[in-house]
Design a protein around this ligand. Structure first.
Ligand code: PLP
Length: 364
C-alpha cells in the first residue's frame, strides 16, 4: 500500500517564484540581484511601521487577535466603513482562496480574464468548480462584455483584476460600474485591486463608492505592493458583512499574524507616504517605458508598478537567459499566459537603469 492524495492535487497549477530557486536567500541578501520579478516595492516599509513591528515582536509568546480588531478598525476608518465589512487575510491571496472555498463547489463556475493573476487557476482547482477563462481584448484589457456574456445561473464567482496582472492595464471605475449593472446579484464579483494606488484614471477610492450600490461586490486590496509589506503577508477585502463572515469561517482563526496586524494598522495611517511611493512609481514607469520604446519594444498601457513588454521578434528564452546572467530577475511571459513577453517590475532608479542597459545589450 502506498499513500494516495486527493484528486484535486493533480489539478493544482503550482506556483513559480519570482526569484529562481537556488538564488534565494543568500544571493538576494547580497543585494546583487535586481528583483524585478514580483511587483514588490523596492522601498522598505515606513519607519513607523518598522517600529510597530519591533514593539509587537516582544509579545510573540501570545497568539494574535483572531478578529484583527485594531487592523480592521483602522481600515474601516480609512475607508469610512464599518469593521464588519472588512475581511483581512494572510495576503490577499488567502482571501481569494477562502472566497472560493466559501462560495464554490463542483457544479459552480468561476469566471475570470486570461492572462490575469496566476493564483486564479488555483480557485477552480481547489474547489472543483468549472473555470471560465475569458481572453483579454485588444490592448490587453479585460473584455468586460465577453465576461458578462459568460455569466450563467451556475456562476458563483467572477474576478476582475484591475489593474490587471500581468498586463498592467486598468479599466476606469465608471466602466466597472456599468459592468456591475449587468451582473446578476447571485454572482460575487471580486474586484482585485492589488495595484489600484498606481493607476492614474481615477481617485483610487472611486470603486469603493460602488459598494453602496452593489451588494455582491467585494473590493480586494493588499499591503504587499505600495505599502512595501510583501514579506509580512497582509491583505484585506471590503464587501458585505456576510462575505467577511464566510471567509473567516473557512480558514484557521489566527491566519494574520500579530506582526502583520500591527504593521498594517500603522501603515494605513501614513497615506502621505503612499502618495510619495505612488509618485516615485509613476516616475519610474515613465523612465522604463521611455527606455523600452527607445529599444523598439511595445508595452501595454501601464497603470501599475510594472510593465508588460512585447518582445517582438526577440526570443523570450534568450532574453531571460541574458537578464539572468546579469542577475536581473523578471517574469517570463510564457509562464504567465503571454509567450513572447516579459513582465518587469519597477525597482530603484539604479535597478531600472541596469535592466534597460542589460536589455539593450541583449537585443544588440
Ligand atoms: C493581482 C494580484 N492580486 C493579489 C495579489 C496577492 O497579493 P498578496 O497575497 O501579497 O496580498 C497579487 C500579488 O502579486 C496580485 O498581483
Amino acid at each position: 500500500m502506498t499513500i494516495t492524495f486527493a484528486e484535486k492535487l493533480a489539478r493544482m497549477p503550482g506556483y513559480q517564484a519570482g526569484v529562481p530557486t537556488g538564488q534565494a536567500p543568500e544571493a538576494i541578501a547580497s543585494g546583487n540581484i535586481a528583483q524585478l520579478a514580483s511587483n514588490e516595492s523596492p522601498f522598505p516599509p515606513h519607519p513607523k511601521v518598522v517600529e510597530a513591528i519591533q514593539q509587537t515582536a516582544a509579545a510573540m509568546n501570545r497568539y494574535p487577535d483572531p478578529d484583527a480588531t485594531l487592523l480592521r478598525r483602522r481600515l474601516a476608518e480609512r475607508y469610512e466603513t464599518e469593521p464588519s465589512r472588512v475581511a483581512v487575510g494572510n495576503g490577499s491571496c488567502e482571501i481569494l482562496l477562502a472566497a472560493a472555498e466559501a462560495l464554490c463547489e463542483p457544479g459552480a463556475e468561476i469566471v475570470y480574464a486570461w492572462p490575469a493573476f496566476s493564483m486564479y487557476p488555483y480557485l477552480p482547482a481547489l474547489t472543483g468548480a468549472r473555470e471560465v477563462r475569458v481572453p483579454l481584448a485588444e490592448g490587453d484589457v479585460h473584455d468586460l462584455d465577453a465576461m458578462a456574456e459568460e455569466v450563467t445561473a451556475a456562476t458563483q464567482l467572477l474576478i476582475v483584476c484591475n489593474p490587471n496582472n500581468p498586463t498592467a492595464t486598468h479599466i476606469p471605475a465608471a466602466e466597472i460600474a456599468a459592468f456591475l449593472e449587468r451582473i446578476p446579484t447571485h454572482v460575487t464579483v471580486i474586484l482585485d485591486e492589488a495595484y489600484v494606488e498606481f493607476q492614474t484614471h481615477d481617485d483610487p477610492d472611486a470603486t469603493l463608492d460602488l459598494l453602496a450600490d452593489f451588494p455582491n461586490l467585494v473590493v480586494l486590496r493588499t499591503f504587499s505592493k505600495c505599502y512595501g509589506l510583501a514579506g509580512l503577508r497582509t491583505g484585506y477585502a471590503i464587501g458585505p458583512p456576510k462575505f467577511r463572515a464566510a471567509v473567516d469561517a473557512v480558514r484557521q482563526p489566527f491566519s494574520v499574524n500579530a506582526l502583520a496586524q500591527a504593521a498594517g494598522a500603522e501603515a494605513i495611517r501614513h497615506q502621505d507616504d503612499v502618495l510619495r511611493r505612488v509618485e516615485s512609481t509613476i516616475a519610474a514607469r515613465l523612465t522604463v517605458e521611455e527606455g523600452l520604446q527607445g529599444l523598439g519594444l511595445a508595452t501595454s498601457d501601464s497603470h501599475a508598478n510594472f510593465s508588460w513588454v512585447d518582445l517582438g521578434d526577440a526570443d523570450e528564452a534568450a532574453v531571460l537567459a541574458g537578464l539572468a546572467e546579469r542577475e536581473i530577475a523578471v517574469r517570463p511571459g510564457k509562464a504567465l499566459g503571454g509567450p513572447g513577453h516579459i513582465r518587469v517590475s519597477y525597482g530603484t532608479a539604479e535597478e531600472n537603469e541596469r535592466f534597460l542597459r542589460g536589455l539593450s545589450e541583449i537585443l544588440d
